[in-house]
Design a protein around this ligand. Sequence first.
Ligand SMILES: Cc1cc2nc3c(=O)[nH]c(=O)nc-3n(C[C@H](O)[C@H](O)[C@H](O)COP(=O)(O)OP(=O)(O)OC[C@H]3O[C@@H](n4cnc5c(N)ncnc54)[C@H](O)[C@@H]3O)c2cc1C
Length: 503
Amino acid sequence: MEKEACNIVWLKRDLRTQDHLAFKKAEESGLPTLVCYFFEPSLMQQPDHALIHWRFIYEALSDLKKELLDQGGKLYIFHGEVVASLTKLKEHYEIKEIFAHQETGVPFTFDRDKQVQKFCKQSGIGFSEYSQDGVNRGIKDRYNWQARWQNFIFSPIIKNDISQVNFLRLGQDLLYELKGNELPKEITESHHNIQRGGTSWAKKYLSTFLKNRAINYNRHISKPAASRKSCSRLSPYLAYGCLSVKQVFQAAEQYKAHHQYAYVFDNFQSRLWWRSHYIQKLETEVEIAERCINPAFEALERNGKDAWEEAFYQGRTGYPMIDASVRCLKATGYINFRMRAMLSTFFSFTLWLDWRRLAVFLANIFLDYEPGIHYPQLQMQAGTTGYHPLRIYNPTVQSQRHDTEGAFVKKWVPELNNVPSPQIYEPWKMTKIEQVFYKCEIGTDYPQPIVTFDEATRKHKDIYWEFRHRTETLKQLPLVWEKHCISENVEEYKKQFKVRIID
Ligand SMILES: Cc1cc2nc3c(=O)[nH]c(=O)nc-3n(C[C@H](O)[C@H](O)[C@H](O)COP(=O)(O)OP(=O)(O)OC[C@H]3O[C@@H](n4cnc5c(N)ncnc54)[C@H](O)[C@@H]3O)c2cc1C
């Protein structure tokens, strides 16, 4: 019997219907199109993925399912491996083409996409992947990248008409074969402390940010408590494509034209530029999810104690701002940029531990885990690029400046609830009487600092700088710049770099 011809829209980190080239191709093709998402067991077992992500994805898919249904469409959610499922589908349909977005991920997802590509080639199926983040596949340097990004971000948003898609509906038998096991309840039930997935929620966050919350964006961006309201909080929605970066950028552009706080939106848009810039780094060199950007740093051994690492993960280092940030992240999946940077430099320089271990820990508790931002940012903070200025954040200074009354610390470290400022910044300096008075005995109720910040950081910084100035490290820099730096900046880097070496 002749098989029915069809196309497939394979959704991954592009969980929306607008500004969506894969859907546009489906609309134009007229062929019956299967729209599907795969919860892949092998990906779900990867150490950098956690329940928090799958729950967000499930919510986003539920939202999308409803949106499609309202327009006569159908979304299939399978719990199974992609190639195995496609093989089964191929037994029943003549698959003409698969439309998907170009995912910039870790080596595991890059390899998965290559396997799909191989399967398609062997089966005579077209496989078209579309860029969605202003990121270019296959480039070896950054010549003209800036201009290309500008063209991309101001180019028209794709207007999808989902009612034009000829949705394929699977028969019950095949559906039963493909569906896979029920997803566990922990994934299908929401968590009240954490941002909910889906385009509907993304639009609410965008709209309240542009209309009200952005007013304090610049003023509060570094404050761990206030930034929760004044920053856009769009990161998980961008990470899973509930809105595209272009949709967000252009919404801000429109808003800025009528707003007295235009400079705030400029600052916000510059973050969206950073987003693409970092994702491009991983796209260009996927190995940097596992290897130092400057490969010479592989020889730098960071051998901090296991006990320090464990205390960090538990939020029990004795440094209130570190502990509050870790505990807050674990409970809510979010912390602002500065605190992320502080956690990274504390882990890499104060505790002298390898950035790769932190990468997995944070990926698991960041709701917005975006590999393309995550690994390059962590490496920059850990100094393993070998050319970025080194900024080490002192947790005590951060709390003095950005949590002046200690409200953020008290919320997440209730052991310190009765401790007033300024004692709350450095509780280990409290006298015995103060400890009794404030009901917080250091070493019993709240830990002594696991290391002395100044001493440990200085010692490790010295080792680091010596290593950074070694010939083998310096020799790698031109290659790193060529691959990862905006070409316009490379000459500037060379100049700065000379000055630093003479130092
Ligand atoms: C060690 C470390 C790891 C990080 N890992 C991630 C990650 O996995 N996923 C992630 O989305 N962000 C990551 N960031 C960047 C940044 O902290 C978050 O994007 C930001 O805090 C998200 O909050 P927001 O959406 O309110 O940001 P806003 O300030 O409102 O910015 C808007 C958007 O711009 C992008 N953006 C903001 N800051 C940066 C930045 N510094 N670099 C690149 N893009 C940026 C994000 O997509 C963000 O949603 C990391 C930063 C550090 C220091």
